[in-house]
Design a protein around this ligand. Structure first.
Ligand SMILES: [Zn+2]
Length: 467
């Protein structure tokens, strides 16, 4: 059996609350519920304005999101790589983006000691296209090619806001696809779209997919994935009849300013009953065609031996932004709620206070509890013990709810009963149940299983215990 890690709240690096004295970030820079909660609970901490320390609990949640995305990318045969963060500005000049004011204003640039200019990349279309262009005799047999990375990106935001949602440094998943024809590239576009739907369904927060502008990225087709939220910075219109959605940006400016025309009508069915929501953009897909492969000369050999330009697509997912966005969408004003799949820990065990009568019987119960839980190493890695025994159970239960662990197991008064009972709190359903140790384990297993995940080992053990 794999070795089981044990985690303790007393050992956790979780500096809570209060903006550090020397920080550039003032209290009134905390502009969203998620930013406040995540800073208060020691998930993230402000570094400079627009930059954050990702603390251990935040890193755990982020790693879980990375796992989901890796799994789904693997399912569509995308291969993971890492591109350099510093890209020669020459490439950005070749694509024309270096001299596009709308892009250039937000670019971090720097020079090396030889006076060579670099871009600290916000996105990697130029870099990956140059990589493929540099391969002589790239053959149609090697296509389609799907390459992605999950790396930190940089953007010199005028106004960093809402914590991780609009930061100057952020983690992004960026996928680049290369096909032999526009038709094939469109099929790839559909495949990636389906993959994105699976990813967002697995995260489990309500989302909408709408048509977007191709903007400074270029290309011919673009869609955005949004979490509806009041702090969302995009205006989304969704048709109540057919479900077709648009980012308001796609409506012609004239129509917007006059209040007439397309803005009031569904672009798909022509109906005029549109609902408006604010959206947090968490994913974006672009069909780029030869927008980058032509200027950067990225070609492949066709079946007939003649060269042609690669047909490209690019696909982003804002990883750190999703972390903030799920907290924004699901939490109350005082308590974080994570989707089960991203919760830093799924279960918090709360033993009795030191010196209490219950404390005398607790250690035996805790051993049998962990004896059962540890039979499932996956679940065991998701359990933290709030061993701050100097604090009351009530206080620790409050902390558990605030930081957003979905389940708490409390060893309270009824552990003294003839048949000792544990209190299991389920914060997502506001449920509280009194259960024997083996029933508690069964409840935990059932309520921490993700959709599609096999209920293994530990539950069989529980059944055996019952039998
Ligand atoms: Zn419609």
């Amino acid at each position: 059996m794999a070795r089981v890690m044990r985690y303790y709240v007393s050992k956790l690096f979780q500096p809570q609350n209060i903006v550090p004295k020397n920080s550039e970030v003032k209290c009134n820079d905390i502009t969203s519920k998620s930013q406040k909660l995540m800073m208060d609970m020691g998930i993230i901490r402000a570094a400079n304005n627009g930059f954050f320390y990702m603390l251990p609990l935040g890193e755990r949640a982020l790693r879980k999101l990375v796992d989901v995305v890796n799994e789904e990318m693997h399912r569509i045969d995308a291969q993971k790589l890492v591109l350099p963060s510093l890209i020669s500005s020459t490439l950005w000049k070749m694509s024309g983006r270096f001299d596009d004011a709308a892009v250039a204003d937000e670019l971090f640039t720097l020079k090396d000691r030889h006076n060579k200019k670099f871009v600290l990349s916000p996105t990697h279309e130029e870099a990956v296209t140059d990589l493929l262009g540099s391969i002589s005799q790239l053959s149609y047999r090697q296509l389609p090619l799907r390459l992605y990375q999950i790396t930190n990106k940089f953007r010199d935001e005028m106004k960093p806001r809402f914590g991780l949602m609009r930061a100057k440094e952020f983690l992004m998943k960026d996928l680049y696809t290369f096909d032999t024809s526009l038709e094939n590239a469109k099929e790839t576009y559909e495949a990636v779209t389906a993959s994105y739907k699976t990813i967002f369904n697995r995260i489990g927060v309500k989302y909408v997919r709408v048509a977007g502008l191709t903007g400074t990225m270029g290309g011919s087709l673009s869609h955005e994935f949004h979490f509806p939220s009041d702090v969302g910075e995009d205006n989304i219109f969704v048709c109540k009849i057919c479900g077709h959605g648009n980012n308001a940006e796609v409506f012609p400016h004239t129509a917007q300013s006059t209040g007439k025309g397309d803005v009031n009508k569904c672009g798909s069915c022509g109906n005029s009953s549109l609902s408006h929501v604010q959206g947090i953009e968490v994913g974006h897909t672009f069909l780029l065609g030869t927008r980058y492969t032509k200027p950067l000369k990225a070609q492949f050999m066709q079946r007939d031996g003649k060269p042609d330009f690669l047909q490209m697509g690019c696909y982003g997912i804002g990883m750190t932004r999703i972390l903030a966005a799920v907290v924004e969408c699901l939490s109350t004003t005082s308590e974080i709620r994570w989707p089960l799949i991203l919760a830093p820990f799924k279960v918090c065990v709360i033993p009795p206070k030191a010196g209490s009568k219950e404390n005398e019987v607790a250690s035996g119960l805790i051993s049998s509890l962990f004896h059962l839980l540890d039979k499932d190493p996956v679940l065991a890695d998701d359990i933290i013990v709030d061993d701050r025994l100097e604090l009351t159970i009530g206080r620790r239960l409050r902390d558990t709810a605030q930081v957003g662990y979905p389940l708490a197991v409390v060893l309270g008064r009824q552990t003294m009963d003839q048949e000792p009972l544990l209190e299991v709190h389920n914060f997502s359903s506001n449920q509280q149940v009194m259960l024997s140790v083996s029933d508690a384990v069964q409840y935990i297993v059932q309520h921490t299983r993700l959709e599609g995940e096999p209920v293994e080992q530990s539950s069989r053990t529980v059944h055996a215990t019952h039998g």
